[in-house]
Design a protein around this ligand. Structure first.
Ligand SMILES: [Ca+2]
Length: 153
């Protein structure tokens, strides 16, 4: 009997613990420019064979409009060996104004990411617009970007 009550108590406790596990957010992509045929949706299509590339102009950026402000936990990038160096010195930024204004720096990628895997960079704060900016790569490019966090209730 005692064992039964104890077991039941644990189950109830478990059911009331709110889940705050990060989830991958969806949204609308935007970018400063795109090389013909390599538009911004290519970085958010869950396909590591397709990529976004800027069209030769810096600063170059690409991001996701989450529609509402959300609590961020990390941003992930996947780049193939030929593109991975273009992420060096890129700055992950967040804004609640628009895709071109109000950005604050959240994380700077100071070393070359590992190719052919998702590289996970920690960020914090509540933002609607999340982008990554390069000031030195006119053909800034990579295969996949993911924005992770927890919805604001
Ligand atoms: Ca892709």
């Amino acid at each position: 009997m005692v064992r039964k009550i104890f077991h039941s108590h644990n189950v109830i406790d478990g059911s009331f613990v709110p889940s705050n596990s990060p989830v991958k957010f969806s949204g609308s992509s935007f970018s400063s420019s795109a090389y013909p045929g390599q538009e911004s949706p290519n970085a958010f299509d869950n396909n590591t064979s397709t990529y976004w590339a800027a069209n030769g102009v810096t600063p170059a950026f690409i991001g996701l409009d989450l529609a509402v402000s959300k609590s961020l936990s990390s941003v992930k990038f996947y780049a193939t060996p030929n593109l991975v160096s273009r992420l060096v010195d890129a700055i992950i930024q967040g804004s609640n104004i628009s895709g071109v204004a109000g950005f604050v720096d959240l994380f700077t990628i100071t070393s070359q990411p590992t190719p052919d895997v998702y590289n996970d960079y920690p960020v914090t704060g509540n933002y609607r617009y999340v982008r990554v900016l390069s000031n030195n790569q006119p053909y800034f490019a990579f295969n996949e970007m993911e924005v992770w966090g927890t919805p604001i209730i």
